[in-house]
Design a binder for this molecule. Sequence first.
Ligand SMILES: *Cc1c(COP(=O)(O)O)cnc(C)c1O
Length: 396
Amino acid sequence: MYQDFQKHLQTTLQEIKDAGLYKNERVIITPQSSAIKVEGGADVINFCANNYLGLADNAELIQAAKDRMDARGYGMASVRFICGTQDTHKQLEKAISDFFGTEDTILYAACFDANGGLFEPLLTEQDAIISDALNHASIIDGVRLCKAVRYRYKNGDVTDLEEQLKAAQAQRFRIIATDGVFSMDGNVCPLDKIYELAQKYNALVMVDESHSAGVVGKTGHGVTELYNMRGKIEIITGTLGKAFGGSVGGFTTGKKEIIDLLRQRSRPYLFSNSIPPMIAAAGLKTFELLTRDNTLQDKLHANTEYFVTRMKAAGFDIKPTQSAICAVMLYDARLSQEFAAALQQEGIYVTGFYYPVVPQGQARIRVQLSAAHTREQLDKGIAAFAKIGRQLGVLK
Ligand SMILES: *Cc1c(COP(=O)(O)O)cnc(C)c1O
């Protein structure tokens, strides 16, 4: 039996390769950081991690994880509701609620699970989800698993959103779902306008803060801080895998009854293992660090401003960004791959993105800034971009 299937798989894999879409993984042999070593020995400056606050190798987080592992063991060997909850998990949920100014929080193994298990317990075929066209795959999958009627609006387009909301008046309840920051361009969602429309058309709002929490807003409290809307959004989801330490874990935070029902009915919560105590403890330490002072957030904002300003001055075409994502537009897929490969030769670690990850003809290199980058590393990055840009005819 496997022979036929194997042939089929081999053909599919070859098609992926022929289309130039086969993903090879580069292997890092150091901790995740702003300076890393990849297999083969090259030292590179890392501009493609979601390590926005530089916490992935933070000594305090590592110590908190070690201490809790010594005190509370390695794993929970249970889902939360059977015997997988320690005080640490409850404390972390409380810390997340405090951070976002929400009523309650539920932890998941990942934000992918938080989004995957969000809609189905809350809505039925009588209801509607109005989703931004560029939402993350996990929101799209979560919507698919739910029987609610689906509407889609153009990325960040509030005129189109209003049209969809009008159509969705046919349903009982409505949820508008959006990413806080869209990861390919770095733009933030127009949350103030979305909220206004939600009031006008009687809808709830769900924001995925994965790329915005810890990053956006003066103190990094995310898009609700940026728009001065703390406590107003009914549902926020997020990850511990990006700015908040870079390990694993996801959460949904918001209205008390919503979280309570998710604990009763959300399938990735009910049927998947509890996060380990050490991860919960390091998560808790993350929120302690971020509320102790604003050093990391300030550094990230200064680094982003520095990098984006100088890249524009050098003549690069940069997508408008309000986050720590800087999309350097090259438009041509092959060029984006050549450019990224040449940068790696210069010791600059980035990834070129092209169709289908971004629209056809919109190839780019996505740079992600971090609080861990030093001025010298940023300068090296900018100089290397300029050198390769001239070599490849992107800059005149
Ligand atoms: C990264 C990301 C996720 C997935 O987070 P994990 O915790 O890694 O599963 C979900 N939503 C958005 C918008 C993301 O950027």
